[in-house]
Structures are given as C-alpha cells and as structure tokens.
Write a protein that binds this ligand. Structure first.
Ligand SMILES: *[C@@H]1O[C@H](CO)[C@@H](O)[C@H](O)[C@H]1NC(C)=O
Ligand SMILES: *[C@@H]1O[C@H](CO)[C@@H](O)[C@H](O)[C@H]1NC(C)=O
Ligand SMILES: *[C@@H]1O[C@H](CO)[C@@H](O)[C@H](O)[C@H]1NC(C)=O
Length: 444
C-alpha cells in the first residue's frame, strides 16, 4: 500500500487509518501456509452423473454417486468435482477425502426444503445433545467426516441452505431436532474453503469441529438479520484454524470460537486453540467476534486482527458461564474498527443456557490473559462491560488504545466487576478495577 501525503499531520492520520483498516504488513500475511490451495489431477462434472441444474430436479443421487465414485476410484492427486452454472437442488450429501468441490460462476447448490425426509445424525459428544433440542440433530447439508485434504472453492458460486422453512419451525416451536448446519467438517484435517458464497443456512453456516488445519478465506456468508442462530463461522474444538478476508452478514455471531457445552464439553476435553481471524468485515444483531459461550473444552491462543464491524449488537463478545468450566486464555484482539454498535466490548460470566440439570455449579471457567488493543468505534451506544464471576474473577485483562465514541456526544460508562487488569489509553475512561500501571502481562 502506498501512502502519499503532504504534511506530517496528514501522514500521521494516514498511518492511523492504514493501521486500523488495512495495514500493509498484514495484507501480506495469509493463511495459505496452513493448507495450501492445490490442483487436482482429475476433473469430473456433476452432469456426468445425471444431474440437471434446472432448480427443480432433485440431484441428491447424482451428488452421492459422484462422491462415491471419487472415494472408490481414487486418483493420485485427487479429483475435482465441477458444478457448472445452474441451480442444483439436492438433499444432504457427504464429501470424501482428496477432493475439491468446485462451484463455477453462477452455480448454486441448493438444499431441498423437504425437512420431513431430512436424515438425522448423532449429537456431538462435546454437547451431549442437539444444541437446541434434546437427542440427535439433523445431519448437516454438506458434511465431511474423518476426512483429509478437502477443498471447497470455485468462482464464488453459492451454497444455499434455503433456511426459511427451518427458521419458521424454530420460530413456531415445531422443531423436533436441532437444525442442520450448512457446511460441517468433523474429525477432519487439511480443509480449505475459499471463494464461495454461503447463504441462508438453516442453523450455523460453517462448523469445523474436532478438526485441525482448516483455512477459510475469501468466503461470503449471508443470512437475514432476523434469521435465528445463523452464526457465520464457528470453529469448535479445533486447532490451527485460519479465517481471513471474509464478509459475513447474518442473524447471529459472525465468528464464534467454541469448545463444547458444560459437563459434556468438560468430559470430552478438546480445546479450541491456535485460531487466527483476520480481515473480517460484517454486520449482525448479535456479536461481531465472539468466544463462547460454549467453551467447556477450553479456548486458547487466539489472534484476531483487522476486523471491521458495523450495525452490530456487540462488537467483541467473550462469553462464558458458571457450570461451563474450561478456560479462555491468551487471546489477542487488535485493529478493530466499529461503526454503529450497541456495545463495543463485553466480557461476561453469565451468558448462555445449560444443556440439562446435570451441570456442575462448581465448574467455574477461568478467563485469563485477554489483550484488546487499537480499537476505534463510532456511534457506540455503550462502551462495554467486563463482569467476571465472583468465585473466579477474570484476570490479566488488558485494554490498550481503545477509543469508543458515543452517539450524539452522550457519555455512557463502563461496567465492571470481578475483574483485574490494566487499561491504557481507553476512552471513555474504564472502571477502577483496571489499573493504569503495569502492562507487562499484556499479550503480544
Ligand atoms: C455421512 O457420513 C456419516 C458419518 O460417517 C454417516 O453416518 C451418514 O450416513 C453419511 N450420510 C450419507 C448421506 O452418506
Ligand atoms: C470471489 O469473491 C472474493 C471476495 O470475497 C474476491 O476477492 C474474488 O476475487 C472473487 N473471485 C472470483 C473468481 O470472482
Ligand atoms: C499466545 O497465542 C499466540 C498466538 O495468538 C502464540 O503465538 C503464543 O505462543 C501464545 N502464548 C503462549 C504463552 O502460549
């Protein structure tokens, strides 16, 4: 990025702008090292399996046959399944290892709305039950289980969940089981998702769980702001996940880092660690960047930078609860720009419900080592709150250069409790619990 300026003041302003919005240094940093993009030695088209892209023909067997073929006639270097321009209606299907699902420009893979015939899947062990209904859950629309080396990419074709029927069932309380995710990987590694549009997921959009080495870049995720629980990207009990250059506008958290629910998550004990989230832009009635509230397996080593949030409920939201157990530690969030948010920052120990009555009230989460720096917000209704748990106060919370401007010059106060840490260069002035002295423990 080239900055040409006349005066020192303009230079300083340009530097600040560059720092906040698109630093030249960070623009060079990408996820590509974690899961490189690769080409395939064989290309097949969904049309070879009898699929018809007219938006009406149900192509479930074509997708399943094509993937069965890739799985059982393995080619060295893997196979690309090409989905051409057209609207390809289908029921849910599973991916297989060493494949690329390629959505050409104008290709739409559209989920059937036949919820009656939608297959069920086991609940996730770290949740003990479906997230919204007891028992199992509806299988995800496109799923990978126990896979290695899978790419979902193309020319910004669309995966459309047609979630409306599911949102209605949720709104009318007629759901029998937990709604399907749009794209889910379980127990998988070397997963690369790029240059696709995900639209109208019945539930969370992209859900990598118990997986490692996952790259999600240049992805667009869209769902109406009033669609229930349509989280954008939720890395859950995963390690080495890199999310970058995404635009997300949904009805729930844009990105939420998770690791299981209460006693089930504690027993399963698989943390979410080494997660990078950078250059994400978006809008939601709930949170921009969230950690939790399901974090019972622990969440650590999280790096979030260059985030642009507008018209959103809570900019940065770290949430946990009594009975949750686990930990949230070594989190660094920097270069965040917010415009029109209800609350800039919230770190809270009383968020989210419990799976059942068997959670352990003595399972207290530990929140330690959270650094939030270089945050710039305008039209922020409330700066925020940091309210720990009395029996397990939040420690080493570090705010530095956090500037949040109210609406119409109105000055709201921070709310704090059961927290210790520091604050330097915070506007409006934060609560007395955060001291202005030693910053030696701040991350990074
Ligand atoms: C997809 O994979 C899961 C897990 O291996 C399996 O239970 C399910 O039957 C598969 N679904 C289809 C449609 O093949
Ligand atoms: C797809 O969209 C992304 C933005 O998310 C853009 O950077 C990229 O150039 C587009 N790719 C194509 C092939 O149109
Ligand atoms: C904290 O997390 C960062 C990644 O965000 C990592 O580089 C660093 O090693 C971690 N620190 C500790 C003490 O684990």
């Amino acid at each position: 990025m080239e900055i040409r300026v006349g005066t020192a003041a303009a230079a300083a302003a340009a530097m600040l702008f560059a720092l906040l919005l698109s630093p030249a240094a960070a623009a060079e940093t990408t996820c590509s090292g974690i899961v490189p993009m690769r080409s395939r030695s064989e290309v097949i088209s969904i049309e070879e399996f009898g699929a018809v892209g007219d938006g009406r023909t149900l192509n479930t067997w074509s997708f399943r046959k094509a993937i069965y073929r890739i799985q059982h006639l393995r080619r060295q270097g893997g196979t690309l399944l090409h989905v051409p321009r057209g609207v390809w209606l289908t029921g849910n299907f599973n991916l297989t290892s060493h494949m690329t699902l390629f959505l050409a420009r104008g290709a739409v893979i559209k989920a059937t709305q036949d919820t009656e015939k939608w297959p069920l899947a086991e609940p996730l062990p770290s949740y003990g039950r479906g997230r919204e209904r007891p028992g199992g859950r509806y299988a995800s629309f496109i799923q990978g289980y126990g896979l290695v080396d899978v790419i979902v990419t193309g020319e910004n074709g669309t995966i459309d969940g047609q979630g409306g029927v599911w949102w209605n069932m949720w709104n009318q309380r007629t759901l029998k089981f937990t709604r399907p995710h749009l794209l889910e990987f379980l127990h998988s590694t070397y997963i690369h998702i790029s240059n696709v549009i995900l639209k109208n997921s019945p539930f969370w959009n992209i859900h990598p769980v118990y997986s490692s080495n996952v790259v999600i870049r240049s992805v667009t995720v869209l769902a109406p702001h009033d669609s229930p629980n349509t989280d954008g990207i939720d890395p859950d009990s995963c390690s080495n996940v890199c999310i970058e250059d995404c635009f997300i506008s949904t009805g729930d958290d844009l990105v939420a880092v998770k690791s299981g629910w209460d006693e089930y998550g504690i027993a399963y004990g698989r943390p979410c660690s080494d997660i990078i989230i950078r250059r994400v832009t978006g809008s939601s009635p709930f949170s921009g960047i969230a950690i939790g509230s399901e974090a019972s397996g622990g969440v650590e080593n999280i790096l979030v930078e260059n985030i642009n949030i507008y018209s959103t409920g809570i900019g940065i939201h770290i949430k946990t609860n009594t009975g949750r157990g686990g930990f949230i530690r070594n989190v660094t969030i920097s270069q965040v720009y917010m415009n029109r948010v209800g609350k800039g920052l919230r770190i809270a120990g009383d968020v989210g419900d419990h799976p059942d009555e068997n959670f352990n009230l003595n399972a207290l989460p530990k929140v330690d080592g959270v650094t939030i720096r270089n945050v710039w917000g305008v039209e922020v209704q409330q700066p925020g709150s940091i309210e720990g748990i009395k029996a397990s106060p939040f420690t080493r919370i570090c705010l530095s250069n956090v500037r949040l401007w109210g609406v119409g010059g109105r000055k709201e106060m921070w709310q704090c409790g059961a927290v210790s840490g520091t604050a330097v260069g915070v506007q409006p002035w934060p609560c007395a619990e955060l001291t202005t002295t030693s910053t030696v423990f701040c991350n990074g």
